[in-house]
Each structure stands twice: as C-alpha cells, then as structure tokens.
Design a binder for this molecule. Structure first.
Ligand SMILES: *Cc1c(COP(=O)(O)O)cnc(C)c1O
Length: 784
C-alpha cells in the first residue's frame, strides 16, 4: 500500500482502538462509519467531569458550541467570515432546510441531478420554484468542461435565484463529481437545463436571467474526503457527522456561504430564534445572527460537544496534517484493491462472478470514492439475487449493504433499468428495502461494500474468500453437480404424480419450540392444539438487558438450550451442555404475575407483552449463553400480538404463521444436492431437518410435493396453507453444535433460482373450542 496514505504502523495503531472489529468484517462505512473506543471514552470522561447546562441557561455552553462551529469550519478549510454552521439532525434535515427556505423569487428554477440520494430528490416536493428540471449525470458533467473564467459573477437582470443540488460523491457508485462544477455553474449557469419535471406558469421559466446557487450533498463525500470550501465555495453544504466520526448520531450540519445566507428565508420560529415574539399580537422579530435565526429549539448540545472527540480522534490516529486527504487516498486504495480482486473472480468456464456498477475504472482518487457496488452472476451470466448474498455475508460475519441504498436514480442508471421495468418491479410487490431481489431474473438492486479509515486490506480478502468459497469452489464446478436445469421440470410433474401414485403421506414428528430460537421438543405421539398453534410453542423468549429478544442471528448458542415439558408436574425443564438443568413452572402463579415486571419486546417488528420468569432462570441463561442481563419472558396468556400496522395476530412468538411444515423427503432430496453432505446417512438427515425448525415433519413419496398442496388435513384438523417459508441464515446454524455454515442456504438459493424458500406455512382453518384438540402422529394425513 502506498506509504503516503497510511503506514502499516498507523494501520495497526488504528486497529488498537477498534477491538470490537475482531473477527468481524465491517463493510458498510457509507451506511455509517465506526467510532473509536478511545473516542467514546473521552466523550464519557468529558461528560462525567463537566457540568454542561442548556445553552439558553449558560453562556459557557453557548461559547463551547460556537467553538465547535469554528472547529467544523476549520475541518473544511474555511472560517466564519465565509460560512456559518447550522446544526441540524443530519444531511437529510439540511437538504430539507434548503428546500423549504430557499428564496427562488419570481422565476427561479430548481434543478437536480438524477443520481441523487432520495433525501435530495425529496427537495422537489417542497421547493417553491417556478419550474423543476432533472439533469442526467452526463448533462451535469458538461458544465465541468467550461473553461474557468476568473471574473466576478455578472450582475444579473432579475432578482430571482436558481438552485441546483448534486452530491459531491454518489452513495451508490462512489463516483465523485468534479467540484469545479460549483464555480462554473455559479458563474455561467447550466449549459443544458435537462428535462422539465414540472412547472407553474404557462410560459416555462428557464431561469436564464437568474443567479445560480449550489446545494452540495456532501454526506457521502465528507465521510472520507477533504472538502476544501476555500476552493469550492458551494452555497449550501449538507453533512451528517456519524458518517465522518461514527458518533454522535442524530447530528449534522448545513454550512451556508455568505452568499447563500442572503437567499434563505425563514418562516417558522421556535425556542431562541426570535428577539421578541408577542403572544397576543401578530408580531415577532427574528434574531440577526444567521445560525441563531435558524436553529429552532434547544440544540443537541451534548452531541455537539462530542464532536470535539471526533475531530481529536482523526487528529490522533491520522495526524493533524492532511488527515482527510490521507484517509481519502487510503480508502481509495482499498477500493481499488477490492475492485481488482473482485474482477478476478471467475468460474471454470471463464465467466465472471462479479458484475461491478461504476462510472470509473478505479484509476483516480479524484473521481472514485471508497465504494464498490456489484451483483453476482451465475456461470451462465444470469443474476444471483442480492438477498442471497446478504445471507451468505451475514453467516460469515460480513456486514454489507444490499438494495438501492436510497439512490433510485443511480440504481436505475447503473443497472440499466427502464422506467417501465421499475414500475413493473413495484407492481410485482417490490419496494425499497425489501428482499424482492430479482423480478423476472433482473436485479432490483445490488450489493454495496464501502470503506472507512479503520478498514483493512484483510476486509477485502475476507469478502473475496467468502465469495470464492460460496460460489466458485467445488468439485468440477458446483453447477454441474446441482443440475439446476432439471428442477423446474421436476416441480411441474409433481401434481400429476401425486394424483397417480396417491401415496400415503405420513406425519413423522411434531416439534415444539417452547422458547423462541432455542432447541426443539420432539414429540412422536400427540400434542395439544390451541387457537394460536401448538400448546407451549414459542411461549417464551429470552430478552437481553435492553428488553430486545435474543435470536440465533445474534447468539447461535441458543439452539443448544434444549427444553423438555413435563405435563404431569406442569414444569418445563431446560438443559444446556455442561450446565445443571433448571425447572420452571409452565404457568406463572398469580402472585408472580403481580410481582414480576411486565416486559415489552419486539418480535419481528411486532410488540409482545409477557411476564418475567424471575432471577433464577435469568442467571442460568446468562451463565449458559455468556451474556449479561438476560431474562426469560413468558408471553402474557391471552395477549395477542400487535403487528407493526397495529393489526392483531393470533399467533405466539413464532415469526410468520402458526405452523411450519417441513417435508422429510424434501430435506433428504436437498441434502443429496449439497456437495458437502454427500455422505450423510439417515441419522444426519434428522439433524438437517432440525435446521428448518418445522412444527410438522411429514414424509411424502416425492420431494417438494408440499409446495403443491392446496388442502391439508391431519385427522380431524383442517389447515390453511399460508404460503412458502422464506429462509434466512437460521437454517445455516447446525442445531447440534451451534456452528454456522453456508449450507443449505447456498444450495436452496441455487436450486430455486434465487428464491430462498423451503417449507410451507400453515394455520388452523377452523378450531373447535368445545373439546381438547390434538394432532397425533398416527392420524391420517389427507392432501389435495
Ligand atoms: C447518507 C446520505 C444522505 C442522508 O444522510 P442522513 O444522515 O441519513 O440524513 C444523503 N445523501 C448522501 C449522498 C448520503 O450518503
């Protein structure tokens, strides 16, 4: 690595302050970068030792805040003679402030580049411009080529103002826009106006006579680059501090040039932003000082103070001189290394594994930031869905981002999607942020990795190893073994075969998971049903000290907790390897409900309430799992789960539906497709079945028959099919050891063309309250 970036010594020194990264590979710095441990320590010491009061109370706090403003400006190589700092809640709030306050005058127009963050796109809804134009990236870049004319801004005929918004660095592709654009546009306007999005008057304003103001979305750029505001005098600069320092969150700034200060008008006031406000008369006078006029309410003063530790950390770890330039170069070199490594990955047939979306070849730090966005391809060139890659990464402790990263414009351009295709994706049910990764074989988003100054070359290597391991390695090329093409045909014939063979379907086993995410209780005779599902299924959950449910995603050891239920004695007995067992009553006694605290926790986005199981089991759990402050919570009997939308759901703490059905025959078939499991025997198949955490384990004559069920009945009980189960990394945890493996997720994704589904959800179609209801393994199973 180039010594002018960071030396090996410096890189090691940085690692010392990021001990929590050990064994983890964090590649989402564009989402949020990380704070150093020393940084947090110094914030803590500072708050411990000082009496900070409201800035409205104490001049000392106010002065300190102004000191921080000064420090912020220094970071951007400017001072308060040229810029003022408005503290906001983040870059989004800064963009919104500009949109709401910019004074367009009579004929001002608003213009934005297509490859903007949604926070900038949203500006078009609240600007009071006469017309709104959208420019392609290429159209914007044409203005970079204007010969630089060193003349003062021409006096203009009209008093109206135009505004243009573009990012300094694109958060999707990492492309850096030439900042020379700022001066060129301020002086000469735009060469092309682009496409009209909307306008007010009959005669369309082109804003030709008006002055231009630049709103620079520097949220992504400022994270790892030096933004020199003495050279590039953007009028409005929007940033978020957690993207630079990792901490604090909820704090950003809008830097406003003197020129820009003249064209921001403000209506609302609140807190200390007025000199006087009369409560019964329509009279108020806003303060003169620019930031005092704009910062409504009480500033997050403790967070603002914490910024000083952020600057100090960069100074300490990178050195006070040219620190941001050195970070910029270092992370660029990492990205370039990553770009080259990813491009080397290819299948045996020579086809590339990785398709990278970028506007550059990663050859210039001037044009390319520390972001690599890509999708994976099969060896025939078809796409691998990003949801699968996200799961694989998660299994390997790699944090990366998938989707469109709030930049639909860049996503559309770089993925070459037509407007009509985007609309089709939306109609097919895809919305931003979901896991609908492929529609008709085309990606709806991508995978993004991004670097910070605490990233290392090894992080890139961890990712490329994972990709090689999951997609390229294997005997004779994985794909031939999997015979991908034979599957759909196989599926097609199943219904016919079912009709002809009419083979009996057998219920092999009933599995109950009394504690969410923990081991199974296996039943080979019969078990009682309630209107919510099997009795005691997911009735308990373990929550951490914050009251958040602990799942196997964060603690794989959970599956080693094996519950047993003794109905005669009305107790649940918990076992854990190497620990004494512990008993807890199935019903918490009356007294206990009163004495135990009511806990609220979220399960898959739903809020649930329950009673606390007390300290004894709490200590037992904390000891076994090696996590402090755990509690066992029993779902409050009779409570229903409230979903995110406030709907009531009649299920316990399970994720989706009342029952999950898994077909042993399908698991056997799947295991035969997983290369690493070629030599498994029947006993091992049971272990694989356990990974899927089904409640009803059936056995059919052909694999995947369950996907075709229309009707399902066990004995007298009629079930409703509520769809296929989408799987994630849970199935990659071996319930016998708690270890994570890439299989069987990888094979499922491959076999079902990216759709990571296995097993089907059921719920009770009708329920007879008048008598106890049981499901028995000897019952007849009838399907249609
Ligand atoms: C992160 C980001 C934003 C939004 O920042 P918030 O901190 O979420 O307000 C806007 N634009 C770009 C380019 C970004 O990277």
């Amino acid at each position: 690595m180039n010594p002018s970036a960071l030396s090996d010594y410096e890189i090691d020194k940085i690692q010392d302050e990021f001990g929590r990264l050990k064994g983890k590979c964090y590649l989402d710095h564009a989402g949020a970068t990380l704070y150093s441990e020393q940084q947090i320590e110094s914030v803590y010491q500072n708050l411990r030792k000082n009496l900070y009061t409201s800035p409205h109370t104490s001049k000392a706090t106010e002065d300190l805040i102004d000191q921080v403003r000064f420090r912020v400006l220094k970071h951007f190589n400017t001072d308060n003679s040229k810029y003022d700092v408005l503290f906001t809640s983040g870059a989004t709030a800064s963009l919104k402030t500009v949109a709401e306050c910019f004074d367009f005058g009579k004929t001002g127009v608003f213009s934005y580049v297509q490859e903007n963050h949604t926070s900038a796109l949203g500006m078009r809804e609240s600007v009071e411009s006469e017309a709104t134009y959208v420019l392609s990236r290429k159209q914007l870049l044409e203005n970079a080529e204007v010969a630089k004319v060193c003349k003062p801004e021409q006096p203009v005929a009209s008093a109206s103002n135009n505004l243009i918004t573009f990012p300094a660095q694109c958060n999707f592709s990492g492309f850096k826009y030439p900042l020379g654009l700022i001066d060129n546009i301020q002086q000469s306007g735009l060469k092309t106006m682009g496409t009209v999005l909307k306008h007010n008057n009959l005669s369309l304003s082109d804003g030709k006579q008006n002055r231009w103001f630049i709103c620079l979305d520097a949220a992504a750029f400022a994270a790892t680059n030096f933004l020199d505001l003495s050279r590039y005098e953007a009028d409005f600069v929007c940033i978020s501090f957690y993207k630079i320092f990792g901490y604090p969150t909820g704090l950003g700034a809008l830097l406003v040039s003197k020129r820009g200060q003249n064209v921001l008008k403000k209506r609302y006031y609140g807190g200390g932003t007025v000199k006087i406000a009369m409560s019964k008369l329509d009279f108020h006078v806003k303060r003169d000082c620019f930031h005092e006029r704009f910062e409504d309410g009480t500033l997050p003063f403790l967070s603002i103070v914490a910024l000083l530790a952020g600057f100090a950390t960069i100074d300490r770890l990178i050195g006070p001189d040219h620190s941001m330039e050195r970070i910029s170069l270092y992370v660029f070199q990492l990205a370039k290394y990553g770009y080259n490594e990813l491009r080397k990955l290819a299948y045996a047939n020579g086809k590339p594994l990785v398709k990278i979306y970028s506007h550059t070849e990663y050859d210039s730090v001037q044009e390319q930031g520390a972001v690599i966005t890509f999708n994976l391809l099969h060896d025939d060139g078809s796409y691998i869905g990003y949801a699968e890659v996200a799961c694989m990464a998660s299994i390997h402790n790699i944090v990366l981002r998938t989707g469109c990263f709030c930049n639909p414009g860049a996503c559309q351009v770089l993925l070459k999607l037509k407007d009509s295709e985007l609309q089709k994706h939306f109609q097919a049910g895809h919305i931003c942020g979901d896991y609908n990764d492929l529609v008709d074989g085309l990606p709806t988003g991508a995978v993004r990795i991004s670097f910070g100054y605490m990233s290392r070359k090894e992080d890139v290597d961890t990712l490329t190893h994972m990709l090689k391991d999951c997609y390229l390695q294997g005997r004779e090329g994985r794909c031939e073994i999997l015979e991908r093409s034979t599957i759909p045909e196989n599926l097609l014939h199943i219904r016919d075969r079912l009709k002809i063979s009419n083979q009996k379907i057998r219920l092999r086993q009933i599995c109950i998971y009394p504690i969410k995410s923990c081991g199974a209780l296996k039943v080979n005779d019969r078990w009682e049903l309630t209107m919510k599902g099997f009795k005691y299924d997911r009735c308990w959950m373990i929550v951490n000290a914050n009251g958040v449910a602990v799942t196997q995603k964060t603690s794989t050891k959970l599956c080693l907790i094996r519950p047993e239920i003794n109905l005669q004695r009305q107790v649940m007995i918990l076992y854990f390897p190497g620990a004494d067992s512990i008993e807890i009553p199935l019903q918490s006694s009356e007294n206990k409900i009163v004495s135990s605290s009511l806990c609220q926790s979220k399960v898959c986005g739903d809020f649930v309430e329950g009673t606390d199981g007390g300290v004894k089991v709490a200590y037992w759990l904390s000891d076994c799992l090696g996590m402090d402050g755990l509690r066992l919570i029993q779902q409050y009997d009779g409570t229903q789960r409230l979903t995110r939308n406030g709907e009531v759901r009649d299920i316990t703490l399970s994720n989706e539906a009342q029952f999950l059905l898994i077909n042993y025959t399908s698991v056997e078939w799947l295991a035969s497709k997983v290369e690493e499991w070629f030599d498994v025997d029947g006993n091992d198949i049971d272990g694989i079945v356990d990974r899927f955490r089904g409640n009803l384990i059936i056995e059919t004559s052909e694999p995947l028959e369950e996907n075709d069920f229309q009707n399902f009945k066990i004995g007298p009980t009629q079930f409703r099919i509520s769809g296929q189960c989408t799987r994630c990394q849970m199935i990659c945890i071996d319930p016998r050891s708690g270890e994570k493996t890439a299989e069987p997720l990888r094979t499922i994704a491959r076999l079902f063309e990216g759709k990571i589904r296995f097993g089907i959800y059921l719920s009770l179609a009708d329920f007879d309250f008048s008598r106890p209801n049981f499901v028995s393994c000897s019952d007849e199973v009838v399907v249609e």
